[in-house]
Design a protein around this ligand. Structure first.
Ligand code: NAD
Length: 498
């Protein structure tokens, strides 16, 4: 039997339990927002959109910088929450927050410069016109996030969408809901004078994300796995809702004969294993020039051997990923690969110790599929050309790393990826002005930098006639002599390059 009160209450059919991945201990429960709850959140965001847009660049910049300052003054609270719900050590959470602050700052300070109206030359025949390219915001942007970098990753869309003048509805991963809600609500806490609805979180599993895709938002910015990205693109096609897809990767590192080998080993060890390998742009494959292979392998092995799960990095955040990592290691070993650090025993119930694989066939799952664990394959190659060919022979094209003293830029330019770090790892992700995103199965569109701001705008061209000229060309009143005159000018102008 239902009461009058029950009928007016929002029906919550399920709850989402947030747990500590290191211990399995429950943290809190969240409602699973259904279609109606998502639509209501989008309506609130729509109602706030005109106010936020009309504030203009300067006032939005103030609000975003105030948000950054709020995050600074509440750092320890946020880091403790990230440690508890995502599992990462405090230092890793701190680096993630530092990058969030840098991007927030860049987006806030550069939106005006990148997006302000731009005058362009009208051309000879339209000389009586003013021509302007404008970049108004889209309206409401739906952001769907993963759990591996629970604030850095969504912030790449949220900060840039807000700076461009959009309001945002954010669906955090079901594995890091508490962090996501804290992050979203902190914007309003930092800016209490602003109306609600500028940045709102909705909570739930994939179905809540799917409801956000169908909700009528003006763009979906998704970060997550490639299969989910494909489902979102297909669902968004129905309404032609534009999508930005930041999907999976299988990043390769190339170590050339002239590389600084200890530096390469040090950086690649961190890229492959930190965050328990749960980094979309972490190194999963290494191609090393045969002449320096043994030296590199020894250096890498010495470094990876000293790294301990539970000390240097946290548990696997998503339990079902553990089976995938185990399957990839087992497949590599069954097909002639050897583990020179760790092995199948390294895969525990919550933590995975580092695994360094060699002699792994190029068609094994550890080379072709995203592993998303603290494992890496190392393969000797006969030349830079072979390394580039193997690195590019992947359906993914997210990012890459090159170590070479003299040929770094040349090799980087031949890699079919969205970003490359030369003589360092992951550095492109920490340079706010550099766009971030992939190609192929790694997705479409860019976050960060000027391109990341432009993603959240529509381009509008305005041609304004400043004064009429006697030669009306686009009119039924056009005189035959006018077109004849213009044809002669066109012949002179364009017909002389023979
Ligand atoms: P996932 O695809 O399982 O989930 C991502 C988000 O999508 C979650 O919030 C989930 O609830 C939601 N979702 C699931 N099904 C949906 C649907 N049908 N419609 C709408 N939303 C749906 O990914 P994950 O396991 O959370 O994250 C790990 C993946 O993310 C890895 O593949 C990693 O490489 C990728 N990633 C990519 C980047 C990048 O910038 N390219 C950054 C971080 C992570």
């Amino acid at each position: 039997m239902t009461t009058a009160e029950d009928e007016t209450a929002t029906p919550v059919t399920e709850t989402l339990r947030s747990v500590n991945p290191a211990t399995g201990e429950p943290i809190t429960e969240w409602p699973v927002d259904d279609e109606a709850a998502v639509v209501a959140a989008v309506e609130r965001a729509r109602a706030a959109a005109a106010h936020w847009r009309d504030l203009g660049f300067d006032a939005r910049r103030t609000a975003l910088l105030r948000w950054a300052s709020y995050l600074v003054t509440h750092t320890e609270e946020l880091l403790a929450l990230m440690r508890r719900e995502n599992g990462k050590p405090r230092d890793d959470a701190s680096i993630e927050l530092i990058l969030v602050l840098e991007h927030l700052d860049w987006a806030a300070r550069n939106a005006k410069k990148v997006l302000r109206p731009r005058h362009v030359a009208p051309g000879l025949f339209m000389a009586n016109h003013e021509a302007v390219v404008e970049h108004p915001p889209l309206g409401v942007v739906g952001v769907i996030g993963p759990w591996n970098y629970p604030i850095y990753t969504p912030n790449g869309s949220v900060a840039y969408a807000l700076a461009a003048g959009n309001t945002v509805v954010f669906k955090p991963s079901e594995y890091t809901t508490t962090i996501g809600v804290w992050y979203a609500e902190s914007f309003a806490r930092a800016n209490p004078e602003l109306p609600g609805g500028i940045l709102t979180a909705v909570t739930g599993f994939g179905a809540t994300g799917a409801a956000l895709v169908r909700s009528g938002v003006d763009k979906i910015a998704f970060t997550g796995s490639t299969p989910t990205g494909k489902r979102i693109a297909a669902a968004a096609a129905d309404s032609l809702t534009p999508v930005l897809l930041e999907c999976g990767g299988k990043d390769a590192a190339i170590v050339a004969a002239d590389a600084d080998i200890p530096a390469a080993a040090d950086a690649i060890a961190w890229s492959a294993v930190s965050n328990s390998g749960q980094t979309c742009v972490g190194t999963e494959r290494v191609y090393v020039d045969r002449t320096v292979y043994e030296e590199f392998l020894t250096e890498l092995r010495n470094r990876v051997r000293t790294v301990k799960a539970g000390v240097s990095y946290g548990p696997m955040t998503m339990p079902k990923q553990i089976d995938i990592v185990r399957d990839h290691v087992a497949d590599a070993l069954a097909r002639g690969g050897r583990a020179v650090v760790g092995g199948l025993d390294s895969v525990g119930d919550r933590y995975i110790e580092p695994v360094l694989l060699v002699d792994t066939p190029e068609d094994s799952r550890a080379v072709t599929e995203e592993t998303f664990g603290p494992t890496v394959t190392v393969t000797a190659v006969g030349s830079v050309d072979e390394a580039i060919r193997l690195a590019n022979a992947s359906e993914f094209g997210l990012a890459s790393t090159v170590f070479s003293r003299r040929r770094g830029m040349e090799i980087a330019r031949r890699l079919r990826v969205g970003a490359t770090s030369v003589n360092a790892v992951l550095s492109f992700g920490a340079i706010s002005a550099l766009p971030f995103g992939g190609t192929g199965a790694s997705g479409v569109g860019r976050i960060h930098g000027a391109e990341g701001l432009l993603e959240f705008t529509r381009t509008q061209s305005i041609a304004r006639q400043r004064f009429p000229i006697g030669v009306a060309l686009l009119s039924f009143r056009r005189r035959a002599a006018v077109l004849g005159l213009i044809e002669r000018v066109v012949r002179l102008r364009h017909g002389r390059h023979r």
